[in-house]
Design a protein around this ligand. Structure first.
Ligand code: 5GP
Ligand code: MG
Length: 187
């Protein structure tokens, strides 16, 4: 492993999901999605920034026609738990009428982010269908229940970083997913 990544890795208390495991699961999810959407195309709505690597790896394994839209949504605002405030554009910047929409995020936590975006898509567009895919499903009580069609891994209720997920803008480029050493979290 290159020196800069090794340096960032040493800030982890432990690795939860290594890169091989993530890539294998992402490939399985891609196969399942390809099967379910066979014969047509997919309009992806990817929530940024957290889903950036998951979406990139997942979609490159799908050979169906795919349209990709991104939407910037935030709820952590630099901390290690949801603030409950969802920030996003006042109007969706794309049209999804009649489309088969796949909404993708990195992690389902309180359910506020995916629930809010899902509602907005259904209010502002008339998609033919709307499914949800997440890499991680955090095992915790939801503030909002969200129907999820594709889940990569279920994890315990801990704050994770890596593979797109950040702490104060750092750690997104880690190829694995891990738990930060508490000494690297500002109190
Ligand atoms: P929810 O709205 O379901 O509470 O949280 C979803 C969003 O919060 C995700 O899109 C992600 O950006 C962020 N999030 C939730 N849990 C974690 C976590 O453990 N680590 C990081 N880095 N972000 C998280
Ligand atoms: Mg997010």
């Amino acid at each position: 492993m290159s020196a800069p990544i090794a340096g960032v890795l040493s800030n982890l208390e432990r690795v939860l999901l290594n890169s091989d495991l993530i890539q294998r699961r992402v490939a399985e999810m891609a196969l399942q999605i390809e099967k379910d959407y066979a014969g047509g195309d997919i309009s992806v709505v990817a929530l940024m920034d957290g889903a950036i690597f998951f979406v990139a790896d997942l979609l490159r394994r799908i050979s169906l026609p795919v349209q990709v839209h991104t939407l910037s949504v935030g709820s952590y605002h630099g901390g290690t738990s949801s603030t409950g405030r969802i920030e996003m554009l006042p109007k969706l910047p794309f049209v999804l009428n009649g489309r088969r929409v796949l909404l993708i995020d990195d992690i389902l936590d309180t359910g506020l982010t995916l629930g809010t975006v899902r509602d907005r898509i259904l209010e502002e567009c008339q998609p033919e269908s709307l499914r949800v895919a997440v890499l991680l499903d955090k095992n915790r009580p939801r503030i909002r229940e969200v129907p999820v069609d594709y889940v990569g891994f279920e994890i315990a209720d801990e704050f994770v970083v890596g593979y797109g997920m950040d702490y104060k803008g750092h750690y997104r480029n880690l190829p694995c997913i891990g738990i930060l050493n508490p000494t690297h979290i500002e109190s």
